[in-house]
Design a protein around this ligand. Structure first.
Ligand code: SF4
Ligand code: SF4
Length: 358
């Protein structure tokens, strides 16, 4: 049995009230024990793709940053480069978007540091015992940090069903190469119209699989090892990989990466699920979306499985159905919680404790 604390909240709550509610949860969950003097504390957020209006509200994070600093820790805001075309494809662009969306040093009191380095390649291998992987690669800064606080904006998700704490760990805390492995990406291909012939992919391919043909890159499928380095390094976004894993398999692969992230933190990880703006796709979707169900509030605990399940169960209690079914009627069955529990990541038995605000 795992305890999850929660507090009712709405996106329209005044910024100071949201901040106060997050702090009340911090206290109730006993998160101050996460911090030791001079710790580097990774605060995992999603800063949102430009065009998205429902990304994690920074007001939830502001007081937490202050609390970590007061406890003697050195917090930094962090996230990793997404797969596919994005305005956050490299660390410089990612920091710029973070600043514009209110996740900068000036707004929150902590710097934004891309966890996976300049091009999404900085990673550290961690052993796991999964059905699909025996080793996963955690984003370097998250691996190196002394402690991790995940502040996950919860949404539905077309591929994984639900984007909660487990997805923020398994997809959001790993390198781009790992994301490709999670999606079981095959041989990448070059969009010739975008290729400017810089040959970065030619010189960086570990298998010499890229050639220049008529001034444009071409990837030999016989030699390519699907490592994904060229996808990360092409500044023009001209190389993309087909995604082959979907639904339940995708969730299992994602959860095994989440297990690697949690294992790397050796018990020094805490989790907050933000059930506001419960929309159909995660903060990486660069578009406006309408909430599917009413805002619920903020949830906190030391068990990522329990935090996600507590939110799922409350959505069902209030609406009669699950978030992913409200969003994608024909979406995948959710297996991520059960699989994570079977890997020892947490419990499916949840004690929910409401935190009252004075
Ligand atoms: S890195 Fe991109 S732009 Fe440069 S040659 Fe390769 S595909 Fe073309
Ligand atoms: S995916 Fe890896 S092996 Fe394949 S072409 Fe790109 S860099 Fe080379």
């Amino acid at each position: 049995m795992s305890t999850v604390h929660w507090v009712s909240a709405r996106r329209e709550d005044a910024p100071a009230l949201l901040e106060a509610k997050a702090l009340a949860l911090w206290d109730a969950a006993g998160f101050s024990t996460l911090i030791q003097p001079n710790d580097l504390v990774a605060v995992k957020v999603t800063v949102g793709e430009p065009g998205n209006r429902t990304y994690l509200t920074p007001h939830v994070v502001k007081g937490l940053i202050r609390e970590i600093s007061l406890g003697g820790g050195r917090p930094f805001l962090t996230d990793t480069a997404p797969l596919g075309e994005s305005a956050r494809a490299n660390a410089a662009s990612h920091a710029l978007v973070a600043h514009r969306h209110g996740f900068g040093l000036g707004a929150l009191g902590a710097p934004f540091v891309a966890a996976d380095g300049l091009s999404g390649l900085s990673e550290v291998a961690v052993p796991v015992r999964g059905r699909h992987f025996q080793e996963v690669r955690v984003a370097a800064a998250i691996h190196e940090a002394d402690a991790l606080l995940v502040v996950a904006h919860v949404t539905a998700h077309l591929g994984a069903g639900l984007s909660g704490v487990l997805k923020h760990l398994g997809m959001g805390c790993v390198s781009r190469r790992s994301k490709l492995l999670i999606h079981r990406a095959g041989t990448p291909s070059v969009v010739a119209a975008r290729c400017v012939g810089c040959e970065v992919c030619v010189s960086s391919c570990p298998r010499s699989a890229v050639e220049m043909v008529d001034g444009r890159a071409w990837i030999d499928p016989e030699r390519c090892g699907s490592c994904g380095d060229c996808v990360s390094l092409c500044r023009q976004g001209a190389i993309s990989a087909p995604w082959e894993a979907h639904g339940e398999e995708l969730q299992e692969r994602m959860v095994e990466h989440a297990a690697g992230v949690v294992a790397a933190k050796r018990g020094r990880a805490a989790f907050i699920g933000v059930a506001l703006d419960l929309v159909a796709e995660c903060d990486c979707a660069g578009k406006r979306m309408m909430p599917l169900v009413e805002d619920i509030g903020l949830f906190a605990g030391w068990d990522p499985v329990a935090v996600d399940l507590a939110i799922q169960r409350m959505v069902r209690q209030r609406t009669g159905d699950t978030l992913e079914r409200w969003a994608h009627r024909a979406g995948p069955a959710l297996v991520q919680h059960r699989y994570a529990s079977s890997l020892g990541m947490g419990s499916e038995e949840v004690e929910l404790v409401e935190v009252a605000m004075r």
